[in-house]
Design a protein around this ligand. Structure first.
Ligand code: AMP
Length: 431
């Protein structure tokens, strides 16, 4: 019989034991971001559609064709958030954070939604871990955000990721450049894809990062944005690069990197991983000088990044401490060693009792019920139990517990309190 319900196309269920790795990755993010003074923000999953239209930009693919928008019962057009920066900036203004001492440092963790064609590494519901630094000074903010990003990835065990950086200039640089680029591309219009022809009108810069070989050839001979930068943009970028160098961040300047969201200005960056195939970007980010103003605030410098958690987990190194952290809490399996348990034994059976006693002592434990033999060991496998704790008639009478290490198969019988003490996890070191 075929399954009646399945997760919607482009979405997926995250299940144990994988979810423990997700949680460990997120815990690492919280730890590193807290070290840099960032506080967590949780914005609604949906917002007024207009927020994204304005914030992300009408000419972006996201707003143009990827939003999950619907009219609610009150007749309002709302949209599942396709990204989090616009919402964070909306919340920044809504809660008067502009009057807080600057800069304001925020991070978020959560699902985002885009109606894209699903493929490996591309989902309709995906997950991002991101941060925003709002109201800071230009180059210094960019570098802080990049240092934190690299620190987080380092904490996860990544050693060899490529940070691609570029500048898309300030508004003045861009408008001068856009005109030149359009003038160059117009006579070549027939050779451009339908998408690029549309972008010629809406956002010609996006044509620069086309993946098609023919268009790449056209782009290679196009005027370069770098030649149209204002002095301020040029100085900004030079300051970011020299500071990255000073802090030992390895990067590659990628002149064709423009990123798909309209709000970026000056510094943009991306981190790609070789192991991912076509959808190889793990993280994207950049500065946005006009976004807060676009949403009704005063001109404010902002910079941020968003890491695609789904892709990050795909390439998480085998030696990542997050994998070890996910393994750290594995339940002891408490099993009956005295033959068949009476049918009505649960929930006050000796194994149920001991399991709860262990849990009250801070030890992860699961009651194996009446399982014995093969079924018991299969259950221990499924739970990845490090240890079995047996009680039977004999142990009950003697006040003991028999511990069996699942890896070494070594057994020892200890007095009940001594067994509990043996199972207690070592206190974790504060980091
Ligand atoms: P963006 O918000 O487009 O700058 O994307 C930031 C990061 O989110 C990307 O580098 C990806 O890792 C991830 N991402 C974006 N779209 C998707 C998607 N449809 N599925 C999975 N990950 C995505």
């Amino acid at each position: 019989m075929s399954l009646r319900f399945q997760a919607p196309k482009g979405t997926r269920d995250l299940l144990p034991p994988d979810t423990a790795i997700w949680a460990a990755v997120e815990a690492a993010a919280r730890r590193v971001f807290a070290r840099y003074g960032y506080g967590e923000i949780r914005t609604p999953i949906f917002e007024e559609t207009e927020l994204f239209a304005r914030g992300v930009g009408e000419s972006s693919d996201i707003v143009g064709k990827e939003m999950y928008s619907f009219t609610d019962r009150g007749g309002r057009s709302v949209t599942l958030r396709p990204e989090n920066t616009a919402s964070v900036c909306r919340a920044y203004l809504e809660h008067g954070m502009q009057s807080l001492p600057k800069p304001v440092r925020l991070f978020y963790v959560g699902p985002q939604f885009r109606y894209e064609r699903p493929q490996k590494g591309r989902y309709r519901q995906f997950h991002q871990v991101g941060a925003e630094l709002i109201g800071g000074k230009g180059a210094e903010s960019d570098v802080e955000i990049l240092l934190m990003l690299v620190a987080f990835l380092g904490e996860l065990g990544f050693g060899d990721l490529k940070v691609l950086v570029n500048t898309v200039g300030d508004a003045e640089s861009r408008s001068a450049y856009k005109e030149k680029l359009k003038t160059y591309l117009l006579p070549l219009k027939e050779r451009l894809s339908e998408d690029s022809r549309r972008r010629l009108e809406t956002n010609p810069l996006r044509i620069l990062d086309s993946k098609s070989p023919e268009e790449q050839e056209i782009v290679a001979a196009a005027p370069r944005l770098a030649d149209f930068l204002t002095d301020a943009s040029r100085r900004h970028f030079a300051a970011v690069l020299s500071s990255m160098e000073a802090f030992g961040l390895s990067f590659v300047v990628e002149p064709r990197l423009v990123r798909g969201l309209d709000y970026y200005t000056n510094t943009v960056f991306e981190i790609v991983s070789e192991g991912l195939g076509a959808q190889n970007a793990i993280c994207g980010g950049g500065a946005y000088e006009g976004l807060i103003e676009e949403l009704g605030g005063a001109p404010t410098y902002g910079v941020g990044f968003a890491i695609g958690e789904d892709r990050l987990l795909e390439v998480l190194p085998a030696h990542s401490p997050a994998r070890a952290a996910a393994q750290a809490i594995r339940p002891v399996l408490v099993a009956w060693a005295g033959g068949q348990l009476p049918e009505d034994a649960s929930p006050s059976s000796p194994t149920f009792d001991l399991a709860e006693e262990l849990r009250r002592q801070g030890i992860a434990a699961v009651d194996a019920g009446g399982r014995t033999g093969k079924a018991l060991y299969a259950y221990a496998d499924q739970l990845a139990s490090p240890c079995l704790a047996f009680v039977g008639e004999e142990e009950l009478a003697a006040g003991t517990v028999r511990l069996r290490d699942t890896a070494t198969r070594e057994e020892q019988t200890l007095e009940r309190q001594a067994a509990i003490a043996r199972l207690r996890p070592a206190p974790t070191e504060p980091r």
